[in-house]
Write a protein that binds this ligand. Structure first.
Ligand code: SAT
Ligand code: MN
Length: 604
């Protein structure tokens, strides 16, 4: 794999191609015609991805009431969108893997037989775009020229989706260049329809490299390059072709000597993944020369290079992050990023055209217009922003964007971290004994629900590799694929478990989290380079208390011991609760997982 195939740092403007889709090949044109004949849009707009086009679409969106132009002095290039109130999150129960056989989807996915699914959705798509424009959105997932880069084309009747895809992907004529004469592109068909949850389906056809989504305009349901292509379809392709598509952030950790180590990390939602991807090290670490840089905040594609090591790219080019809770203390790099060229969805609107959301500022505004469009004031009993309000912002805005983010050869991945939100039992950090043990640690990953997600607080949900809703095939084969990847690698990444959320008996967090997680990260990096001590414990290798720096933290060695404590009866209870997922897989559980569980039991 050669370095420096990096031809597309910025969008290429293809002037004059908007109407015609100049550059699109015959198989694309044929497919667009077929879909247009089905959906019957009034007009077809072939997106070229130019800056001029973006401005035209935004102006059109403002005229149509899809966007509100925000205060351009405070927030240049920023717009607000309010979604349908029934359409504010992914719809997992309406998401289907349509593989030929039910076993292809496995016990953790909804399945629909492909012919039946096409028939059902064809009925919904028929004439669905009357009076509307169909946007043809060509895009590349991954740095152009990368061996894993994939071309997709999304046909959508949502201007909001077209604009957001322009931020989240390398969108426009560049995709036609990458595609050339090939027929190999992901066919993504999307209509908001009448946005009725009773007629909402997100269907994946992995064998056809096709996604049909109807009835929702929400990010994960509608920006089809993201979870649908880059995780569900890509995870299937990766299993077929020997690479991995994972729900992970990817960050660079630069040490004082200037050496950079890349770390991938999987966390279920509500664990601060975006914050971790843009972590600001504590003052002392900054002074010493430590620096964090971001490759990606949500998805990583990884393959084994010719030297037998794992490399990763971020297939996306923007961040679709949760707004509430983001502020200058929790994530200053995100705050910088979303101060321009950002689409806000479902936040509050202040009288001066600025935006507000819960926990943006300590002081509450006197009034604003809430995400539903109703007047809001403190104590009104409603939230100004929806708890799942989102920003869409180009990764180019990130002040700590990693310099290698467009590198077609990706970056070496030295460590993989699995983390959950666990108030008890799971220590702050430990390292798996080896790769397959690491797969077990990932497969048994659990996280406690937060109110925002479900209304039920503190229930541990199993979420293997944080991929439960995103594995586009049978979870049995997914875990086997993870185990088999080991055989392809000469030198594999070290695997770690972290938990920033452990609480004491008084219900207080035992670890400060946020930037202070740098202290744990340093041990992880040092372990990757054989430069840190590890003590054997039943769970894995652990730092001694003197191996984690506590200067300036206000924590004692005893406090650190407490957050690292392993209590065998608690671990046994944990093992029992892991059975809940493993029972679902019953006879299908890969034998490596059974061995690892037995080994853990015997160590206890
Ligand atoms: O829109 S996404 O699916 O990426 C965000 C989410 O997980 O809900
Ligand atoms: Mn995610």
């Amino acid at each position: 794999m050669s370095q420096g195939l990096d031809v597309a740092r910025t969008r290429v403007a293809h002037k004059g191609s908007a109407a015609s889709g100049a550059g699109a090949n015959e198989s694309v044109r044929r497919w667009v015609e077929e879909c247009a004949a089905l959906c019957k849009p009034d007009t077809i707009h072939w997106c070229d991805g130019s800056i001029e086009e973006r401005d035209v679409l935004l102006d059109q969106g403002v005229r149509d009431g899809i966007f509100i132009r925000l205060n351009q002095e405070k927030l240049p290039g920023c717009y607000l969108h309010r979604s349908n109130q029934n359409d504010v999150a992914r719809s997992e129960h309406l998401t289907f893997i349509c593989s030929p056989r039910e076993d292809g989807a496995g016990p953790t996915n909804n399945w629909m037989e492909p012919k039946a699914a096409y028939a059902k959705l064809r009925g919904l798509f028929a004439d669905s775009m009357g009076g509307r424009t169909m946007y043809v959105v060509p895009f590349v997932m991954g740095p152009v020229g990368s061996p894993l880069a994939k071309v997709g084309v999304e046909l959508t009747d949502s201007l909001y989706v077209a604009v957001n895809m322009g931020i989240m992907t390398r969108m426009g004529g560049i995709a036609w260049e990458q595609l050339g004469d090939s027929e190999e592109f992901t066919r993504c068909l999307h209509s908001v329809g009448d946005c009725n949850p009773d007629r909402r389906y997100i269907c994946h056809f992995p064998q056809d490299n096709t996604i049909w989504s109807f009835g929702s305009g929400y990010g994960g349901n509608a920006l089809l390059g993201k979870k649908c292509l880059a995780l569900r379809i890509a995870s299937y392709l990766g299993q077929q072709q020997g690479w991995m598509a994972e729900h992970m952030l990817l960050m660079g950790v630069q040490d004082p000597k200037g050496h950079k180590t890349y770390v991938a990390a999987a966390f279920p939602s509500a664990c601060g993944k975006t914050n971790f991807a843009m972590l600001v090290p504590p003052q002392k670490y900054q002074k010493d020369g430590w620096k964090i840089t971001t490759i990606g905040d949500d998805i990583v594609w990884m393959w084994v290079d010719e030297t037998g090591r794992l490399r990763g790219i971020n297939p996306e080019s923007g961040y679709f992050g949760v707004v509430p809770g983001t502020n200058w203390e929790t994530n200053p790099n995100a705050m910088h990023s979303i101060s321009r060229d950002t689409i806000y969805t479902n936040v509050g609107l202040l009288p001066d055209g600025d935006v507000w959301w819960e926990d943006k500022t300590k002081e509450l505004p006197k009034e604003c217009i809430g995400w539903t469009g109703q007047a809001w004031h403190p104590g009104c009993g409603r939230k100004a922003a929806h708890p799942n309000a989102r920003f869409t912002t180009p990764m180019a805005n990130n002040p700590v964007l990693d310099g290698a983010v467009h590198d077609s050869a990706g970056v070496l991945v030295s460590a993989i971290i699995f983390g959950g939100r666990r108030s008890r039992t799971i220590p702050l950090v430990y390292q798996a004994f080896n790769w397959v043990h690491g797969v077990y640690v990932g497969a048994t990953l659990g996280s406690e629900t937060t109110a925002a997600a479900t209304g039920q607080i503190g229930v541990v949900r199993r979420d293997p590799m944080a991929m439960l809703p995103f594995i586009g095939y049978n979870i049995r084969d997914y875990l086997i694929h993870w185990c088999r990847m080991r055989k392809k690698m000469k030198d594999c990444p070290r695997v770690f478990s972290v938990n920033w959320f452990r609480k004491n008996d008084q219900g207080q967090f035992m670890w400060p989290g946020y930037g202070e997680n740098m202290r744990v990260l340093k041990w992880i990096i040092d372990r990757c380079h054989g430069q840190a001590y590890g003590v054997e414990s039943p769970l894995g290798w652990m730092p001694r208390t003197e191996d984690i720096e506590l200067d300036g933290l206000g924590l004692s060695r005893q406090d650190l011991e407490a957050v690292q404590a392993i209590n065998p009866p608690d671990i046994k209870a944990e093992l029992m609760s892991q059975e809940e997922l493993f029972l679902k897989m019953a006879a299908d559980l890969p034998k490596e997982m059974i061995f690892e569980r037995e080994l853990l039991v015997s160590r206890l």
